[in-house]
Ligand binder design. Structure first.
Ligand SMILES: Cc1cc2nc3c(=O)[nH]c(=O)nc-3n(C[C@H](O)[C@H](O)[C@H](O)COP(=O)(O)OP(=O)(O)OC[C@H]3O[C@@H](n4cnc5c(N)ncnc54)[C@H](O)[C@@H]3O)c2cc1C
Length: 418
């Protein structure tokens, strides 16, 4: 048997997890609250990082990522991420994602935060739309051949657990209320916790409900305190409009007015000095958004901006292979705690691929198991306490060695209970 894999969430991480598992010959079920076309990944604007520039290297990308994450990220995971990045961008190009390209056929690169050189491949200011369109088309081919079964508009309803781990999950039809019990290793890719925050740039559908349910079931979270507030967001009704950091990468500057002069700080974003061509070929979605939602023309006047909740570095605790503490349960993308300091589109794709590869390799495919509904206080971890304790003890031992040697990271990113 090539295994059965259930993916919960159909954004970028979920699609790549589903594709990777299907390519390995597993039976794949992809369930999500909304269709992929409505996932937050579609909203990503500025780009995806990879060491593709002539003056760049994987080592530079690795060191910049570790520094941006204040050396709190798992270095092995970041190493894997940065090594895989150029191949991932080339794969996206191969799937037909329309990036801005140079005359020599290589992707154009721009600057993003936390990097010293241009390393961000982009599709104007609608990178997520382009990538998701290409990946959704690829997934459709597998769906048409019966290799991926899709359940759109289904919400996570709980885990199936037995033996010493997770044997599947349940999802509920948002319209009929019918519950489906899906067998297989489970990969959670349910996005960040934007719905919990007012004033967020992200999708309010991503409420953190799956993450909260897993926590209640005894699956640990990590680094929840690391929430990225983006400095350049603009107020629109009930939400925040992101003005991508690409706007600053292209030359936009922050300032406050003082004594009739511009003091460059965090209240207005000035893009008036940028050549018209930049708005035409590199920031066209940003221009459209400002004209449509703010009734402002960023070519003529500065945009008032304020910080807004944007990205969740913390979440479901996973190891370098994207395993949670529960055998058979994996997590990837913005719902998990990995790649603090890394580029999130890249992290979602690489995390989805890694989780699926290990779900297949671990061969934790067992039948049976009890149902633990998402809204119960009953925890599989209680039943599986031997396993959980063993894993915690391993973590504690590793953590204490690292502490003694002065290393400032932990294989699971935060210290386990000692
Ligand atoms: C405006 C904006 C711009 C951004 N720009 C960039 C950028 O330029 N570069 C970059 O690297 N990153 C960017 N990001 C961040 C990046 O887009 C995300 O981190 C990444 O796309 C997350 O992918 P994901 O697959 O983890 O989650 P998502 O794409 O959010 O997918 C989550 C999936 O889970 C499903 N789901 C949620 N709750 C449930 C539930 N209860 N039951 C079942 N399914 C559920 C959803 O329906 C969806 O299918 C941006 C984010 C925003 C908001």
């Amino acid at each position: 048997m090539n295994g059965r894999v259930v993916v919960v969430g159909a954004g970028l991480a979920g699609l790549f997890a589903a594709l990777t598992a299907a390519e390995s010959g597993a039976e794949v079920t992809l369930a999500s609250m909304r269709p992929s076309e409505r996932a937050q990944s579609v909203m990503a604007e500025g780009g995806i990082n990879a060491a593709l520039g002539d003056n760049d290297s994987i080592s530079n990308h690795y060191h910049d990522t570790m520094a941006a994450g204040r050396y709190l990220a798992d270095p092995n995971a970041v190493k894997g991420l940065t090594e895989a990045a150029p191949g991932i961008v080339r794969r996206l190009l191969g799937l037909g994602a329309l990036f801005n390209m140079r005359r020599d056929g290589e992707p154009e690169l721009r600057c993003f935060g936390g990097q010293k050189i241009q390393r961000t491949a982009f599709a104007q200011s609608g990178t997520g739309k382009q990538i998701m369109s290409a990946v959704i088309q690829e997934a459709r081919k597998y769906e048409a051949r019966g290799l991926i079964a899709r359940y759109d508009r289904h919400s996570f309803a709980g885990l199936l657990c037995g033996g010493n781990g997770c044997t599947g999950c349940a999802v509920r039809d948002n319209y009929s209320g019918e519950t489906l019990y899906l067998r297989g290793s489970v990969i959670i890719t349910s996005g960040g916790m934007h719905g919990l925050f007012g004033g967020t740039t992200g999708s309010l559908d991503n409420s953190g409900a799956v993450t909260a349910a897993l926590l209640q079931m005894g699956v640990p979270l990590a680094n929840g305190e690391f929430v990225q507030y983006h400095p350049t967001t603009a107020s629109v009704a009930g939400k925040r409009l992101l003005i991508s950091e690409a706007a600053r990468g292209e030359g936009g500057r922050l300032f406050v007015p003082r004594n009739g002069k511009r003091w460059y700080f965090q209240v207005y974003l000035d893009m008036t000095g940028l050549p018209d061509e930049v708005f035409g070929t590199r920031l066209s979605d940003t221009l459209d958004d400002c004209l449509t939602y703010l009734r402002l023309d960023p070519r003529r006047e500065p945009i008032p901006v304020a910080p807004g909740a944007h990205y969740f570095m913390g979440g479901i605790q996973v190891d370098e292979q994207h395993r949670t503490i529960l055998p058979g349960l994996y997590a990837a993308g913005e719902c998990c705690c990995q790649y603090h300091g890394g580029n999130s589109l890249l992290g979602a794709i690489y995390g989805g691929i890694t989780a699926a590869n290990h779900a297949i390799a671990d061969e934790y495919f067992t039948d049976g198991g009890d149902f633990f509904p998402a809204d119960t206080a009953q925890t599989p971890a209680d039943k599986l306490s031997t396993q959980a304790v063993t894993r915690d003890a391993e973590c504690a031992a590793q953590y204490s060695i690292l502490e003694k040697t002065g290393a400032c990271f932990h294989p699971f990113s935060t210290p386990p209970p000692m």
